[in-house]
Design a binder for this molecule. Structure first.
Ligand code: UDP
Length: 250
């Protein structure tokens, strides 16, 4: 038996921030929250947390409401965005419930105070929770309209000292073309921030990417619906697409 078969692999990161989009939360549904997806992702997070990795989560809201969605047509944009932020809080509570069903200690912190349901966002408190092994779920995005939860993920990652932002999507990373329609499409293993910005690759919105670039925060885009993918990303294996300052940095 080789050494790698007997020795558990060391995680590549000690603290990560997982970004889950609202779309991922829909699972196979067209709208809302898929319980089977939540149960699956809760198990994946539990596995990673059990290996000693501290996990924070920023959750999207697009499965329920987006400020820019047709449903908000003719609505004041800021009002629509506040509704979008409320949607992320519903998702945060649903994920908390699923994680607690797996026996994981959790805290939800929201960028807009709603203290009957969740803690307000307090950076130092969030870090303390993580150090104690609690999964911290950040709801209500940045608390500001005209932003996205991708930007919230970059911002919170920096604030809490996460070593990478892991962007969970429904595809296996960033591809040269849409892999759903083009079977020739190839997955990029590594990209630089500049590649993403210059080629307008769909990783995160420009504000979020720029924030990561300016602060040298790595991003891993991966398929959060694929069993075991989160664990493989955390172990630094060839999963998804790594975005960083230089190609060789992984
Ligand atoms: N939102 C916002 N400020 C933020 C984060 C989110 O106004 O800092 C609103 C915005 O309307 C957005 C919605 O919340 O469309 C849901 O977030 P997002 O679209 O980022 O969710 P995802 O695409 O990840 O499901």
């Amino acid at each position: 038996m080789s050494e790698s078969e007997t020795t558990p692999q060391e995680p590549a990161y000690r603290r990560v921030l997982l970004k889950l989009s609202g779309e991922a939360l829909m699972g196979e549904e067209d709208y809302g929250i898929s319980r089977p997806f939540l149960e699956r992702i809760a198990l994946e997070i539990q596995e990673v947390a059990a290996s000693g990795v501290q996990v924070a989560v920023v959750i999207g809201g697009g499965n329920i409401f987006r400020g820019v969605a047709p449903a908000s047509h003719d609505m004041d944009r800021a009002t629509a965005d506040y509704m979008g932020m409320l949607a992320t809080v519903m998702n945060a509570l649903a994920l908390q419930d699923a994680l607690e069903n797996e026996g994981l200690p959790t805290r939800v912190q929201t960028a807009i105070s709603m203290q009957q349901m969740a803690e307000p966002y307090i950076r130092r408190r969030a870090i303390r929770h993580l150090e104690k092994g609690r999964v911290v779920i950040f709801g209500a995005g940045t608390g500001n309209p005209f932003f996205t939860t991708d930007t919230a993920a970059s911002l919170r990652s920096m604030e809490i000292g996460a070593e990478a932002v892991l962007k969970g999507t429904k595809v296996d990373g960033v591809y040269t073309d849409d892999p759903m329609t083009n079977p020739e499409a190839m997955r990029y293993r590594h990209l630089t921030y500049m590649d993403v910005i210059a080629q307008d690759l769909k990783v995160m919105d420009a504000t979020a990417i720029t924030l990561c670039r300016d602060n040298h925060l790595p991003i891993v885009v991966f398929n959060c619906v694929k069993p075991g993918a989160l664990r493989r990303v955390v172990l630094g294996e060839d999963e998804g697409t790594f975005v960083g300052p230089e190609e060789a940095e992984r």
